[in-house]
Design a protein around this ligand. Structure first.
Ligand SMILES: [Zn+2]
Length: 173
């Protein structure tokens, strides 16, 4: 019984049942013998985990799927192992998007940050951050169902075309 007391987390009541004594007797025995029972670990609680909460918070930012894993990890202040461990837990529970934390390249993160906010051609953005095939990255993400908004630059061109048409019409009058 001493071994059970020292090595298991079974309750005094359950151990008592096993050895045919009361739970109270088991408890008293422990006290008298000064036996320290191992503490039952609560396990990982997402709601109480600082790292998980931080991950959820970051994942709620706009375009969070396009933040690179390095940036997320640094913001959390976690090691690579810890980062993946908690991210996997959250993904499996559906608490963050399956796509969150998938981007490995800091350059791609930078390129997307520009893509979302500046009216620049994809080629120009690629040149700025030093990636040759940003266009194919975007295509690939679109095909995989990532929420990639249309390029601001395309809108700009459409706008320009509209203005040009307007000028033409005025000339024709
Ligand atoms: Zn956690």
């Amino acid at each position: 019984m001493v071994r059970d007391l020292k090595e298991t987390t079974l309750s005094s009541k359950k151990l008592g049942k096993k050895y045919g004594v009361s739970g109270q007797a088991v408890y008293g025995f422990c006290k008298r013998q000064g036996i320290k029972r191992p503490v039952k670990s609560k396990g990982h609680q997402t709601g109480e985990c600082r790292l998980c909460q931080k991950l959820i918070q970051i994942s709620k930012a706009p375009h969070s799927e396009f933040i690179s894993s390095d940036t997320i990890r640094k913001e959390m202040g976690a090691s690579k192992g810890k980062y993946f461990q908690h991210l996997r837990t959250l993904r499996s529970k559906g608490l963050v998007s399956q796509r969150f934390g998938r981007i490995r390249s800091k350059r791609i993160e930078e390129a997307y940050a520009i893509y979302f906010t500046k009216r620049l051609s994809i080629l120009t953005i690629g040149r700025k951050v030093g990636i040759k095939n940003f266009y194919s990255t975007i295509r690939r993400h679109m095909e995989l169902g990532w929420n990639v908004p249309p390029s601001l630059y395309v809108y700009d061109r459409q706008e320009r075309r509209r203005i040009q048409n307007e000028i033409q019409r005025r000339k024709q009058r």
